[in-house]
Design a protein around this ligand. Structure first.
Ligand SMILES: Cc1ncc(COP(=O)(O)O)c(C=O)c1O
Length: 345
């Protein structure tokens, strides 16, 4: 069997069906708004998320950043969770690009509640303070181990944020996983936020592409920021076609990835030296208690033909299930993990 790559759900390659859809895509110049396939994708995603419109961008980072860019400016503050992607993995973009600072709340597996939010509110125009403008929520939460926000918790946090005059951004890079794991309508999640970013290139398996869904009134500002960042693309219907194909063919199958992740966790749990957090979706975090450590385990995995990441600075590894590790490969993944662990004792 080939190398099993569980580093991320971003490593998938387009399937033959997706490639065919891409090759046959009807295209035009999207900067002129004339790419019919991109327009169709934008309309579909907006509708799914219960928003008036959506804009296609190359990456999840750009989707998050143009969203924050329309919600805040220099000297403003955005509240987020300490482990969130916008805070840890986007090259400090909110401060570098928009002059905004991020204020981290402590959460549980990436989720926080109204009490935590209220603890972070400044509730004052005192000139010492930054102006608080927005709250960013991440669902599912990457560093939280693919944790899903219960809808009621998201609604409560959103309501409290709005009552305090703040906008809400939802980093929904893996919102599809939350939807499939819980059956919650995407539009119910969407209603909690003013801007929603979603990725096509993670569980859905396209080569690239993300979108921001929002109101028609915000769209011109998003377009301006996308252009400013160099994200205005031309015959991008080739990528949008992959997105439409993925929504039709790869959305419901995310349940398979979730099942595989759980199965993997149950099996790995029985290996001495590994302790799994039972996954809610497709991200599995495993604490490592081995003489050689997590990084060495990751190297041993490579030698055994299984790839996974060691979390920086922690005795922890992350394994991610996706389109290119079908359920039938899980027993082999477990066998390789066992051998990798044996190398590290
Ligand atoms: C939660 C979350 N948001 C945003 C992103 C950024 O996506 P991209 O890599 O397409 O910029 C990621 C990427 O892993 C992510 O996990």
């Amino acid at each position: 069997m080939d190398l099993l790559d569980l580093r991320s759900d971003t490593v998938t390659r387009p399937t033959p069906g997706m490639r065919k859809a891409m090759a046959e895509a009807e295209v035009g110049d999207d900067v002129y708004g004339e790419d019919p396939t991109t327009n169709r994708l934008q309309e579909s995603v907006a509708q799914l998320l219960g928003k008036e419109c959506a804009i296609f961008v190359p990456t999840g980072t750009m989707a998050n950043q143009i969203s924050l860019g329309v919600l805040c400016g220099p000297g403003d503050e955005v509240i987020c969770e300490r482990g969130s992607h916008v805070l840890n993995y986007e090259g400090a973009a909110a401060s570098a690009l928009w002059g905004a600072q991020l204020f981290p709340l402590d959460g549980t597996r990436g989720l926080f509640d109204v009490r935590a939010l209220e603890g972070g509110l400044r509730r004052s125009d005192d000139s010492h303070y930054p102006r608080q403008r927005a709250v960013a929520i991440e669902n599912t939460h990457n560093r939280g181990g693919g944790a899903v926000w219960p809808l009621s918790q998201m609604q409560a946090v959103s309501q409290a944020a709005r009552a305090a005059g703040l906008s809400v951004h939802l980093d929904g890079a893996r919102l599809w996983n939350a939807h499939v794991a819980t059956g919650t309508r995407l539009s119910d999640y969407g209603a909690c936020a003013d801007t929603v970013s979603v990725c096509l290139s993670k569980g859905l398996g396209t080569p690239a592409g993300s979108l921001v869904a929002t109101t028609r009134a915000r769209l011109p500002a998003l377009h301006r920021l996308r252009k400013r960042l160099g994200g205005g693309m031309r015959q991008v219907g080739i990528l949008a076609a992959a997105g439409l194909y993925a929504l039709d063919n790869h959305l419901e199958r995310l349940a398979e990835d979730h099942k595989s992740a759980r199965r993997l966790a149950e099996e790995l749990q029985s290996i001495r030296g590994l302790r799994c957090t039972m996954p809610e979706t497709n991200l599995l975090f495993v604490d490592v208690d081995l003489r050689a450590g997590a990084r060495a385990l990751s190297e041993a995995g490579r030698a055994e033909g299984i790839l996974f990441n060691a979390e920086g600075g922690k005795e922890r590894i992350r394994l991610v299930t996706h389109l290119d590790v079908p359920p039938r490969t899980i027993p082999e993944a477990v066998a390789r993990m066992r051998r990798a662990v044996d190398r590290c004792r």
